[in-house]
Design a protein around this ligand. Structure first.
Ligand code: G3P
Ligand code: MG
Length: 241
C-alpha cells in the first residue's frame, strides 16, 4: 500500500499555517491530503485555526471563541510569513471546498480539549455531508469524547485517536471505541510490537509531526498509513528514493 502524505496545517513549513495559501501550497507540493484544526467562533462559525488564542498567528489578541466571525476576519493571519500580505482566517467550508476541487484527503482535527464548543461535532459532520465529502475525510482529536460523539452521530465516519506519549494497549482501547485509526507521535513506530498489534487490529497508523529526514525514514520503514508533515515535498522526495 502506498503511504499517504498529509500536509500538517497545510504546507505550514512554507506558508501561514491553517490558511488557504498553506492548503494550496500542500497541493503544489504533491501532498495527498491535509491536516487541519477546527474551532468555533462566538457566533457559531467553524474556523480553521490551531491555537485557542489568535495571538501567535495573527496581529490580534484573545480567544477565538470570544470573537464573531466578522471580527476575526479583520485580523491578519500572516505572522509566520509576512511576505504573504493580508491573510484571512478561513472557514472550514472554504478549506473543504478547495480540497474537494483538488481531490485531496482531509484530516479534520477537532480542537476541543481546552474550550468546550457545544455542538461542534454535529456542525462539522453536517458540513461534510452537505459538501458530499464523507469519503475523503477522517476526524481526529486529543479529546476522545469528541470522537465518541462523532461515532454516535455517524458510525460510518472514519475516526482516529490522537495522543501523546506511548501508552500501553492503545489498540485495545481504539477497538473498544470503534475507531479506524491511531494518530500517535512518530517515535511510537520504533516499537515493533506496537506496529504488530496495530496491524492485527486493522488500525491505520497516521504519524505526526514528521519533518526531519530521520523521522521520515523511520515512518517509511514502518509502512505507516499516513505521514503528517509540514514539508510534504520533502517526504515525497524521500519516498521516491
Ligand atoms: O493531527 C496531528 C497534529 O496536528 C496534532 O497536534 O498540536 O499540531 O494539532 P497539533
Ligand atoms: Mg492538528
Amino acid at each position: 500500500m502506498k503511504i499517504e502524505v498529509w500536509a500538517h496545517r497545510g504546507a505550514s513549513g512554507y506558508a501561514p499555517e491553517n490558511t488557504l495559501p498553506a492548503f494550496l501550497k500542500a497541493y503544489e507540493c504533491g501532498a495527498d491530503g491535509v491536516e487541519l484544526d477546527v474551532q468555533m467562533t462566538k457566533d457559531g462559525q467553524l474556523v480553521v485555526i490551531h491555537d485557542e488564542l489568535i495571538d501567535r498567528t495573527s496581529d490580534g489578541k484573545g480567544l477565538v471563541c470570544d470573537y464573531t466571525f466578522g471580527q476575526l476576519r479583520q485580523f491578519n493571519f500572516n505572522q509566520q510569513f509576512p511576505e504573504y500580505g493580508k491573510v484571512l482566517i478561513p472557514t472550514l467550508e472554504e478549506v473543504l471546498l478547495l480540497m474537494k476541487e483538488k481531490g485531496m484527503y482531509v484530516n479534520i482535527e477537532l480542537k476541543t480539549s481546552i474550550v468546550f464548543y457545544e455542538g461542534i461535532e454535529e456542525k462539522v459532520l453536517q458540513l461534510v455531508k452537505d459538501l458530499k465529502m464523507e469519503d475523503q475525510v477522517i476526524y481526529s482529536s486529543f479529546n476522545h469524547y469528541s470522537i465518541v460523539r462523532i461515532k454516535e452521530l455517524n458510525p460510518d465516519a472514519k475516526c482516529g485517536l490522537l495522543y501523546d506519549d506511548i501508552p500501553v494497549n492503545m489498540c485495545g482501547y481504539a477497538l473498544k471505541l470503534g475507531v479506524e485509526a491511531l494518530h500517535p507521535l512518530v517515535y511510537t513506530v520504533r516499537y515493533p510490537h506496537f506496529m504488530k498489534e496495530a496491524q492485527k487490529a486493522h488500525l491505520d497508523i497516521n504519524v505526526w509531526t514528521v519533518n526531519e529526514p530521520r523521522d521520515i525514514q523511520l515512518s517509511i520503514n514502518a509502512h505507516v498509513h499516513a505521514i503528517i508533515t509540514n514539508y510534504p515535498d520533502r517526504v515525497k522526495t524521500m519516498m521516491k528514493n
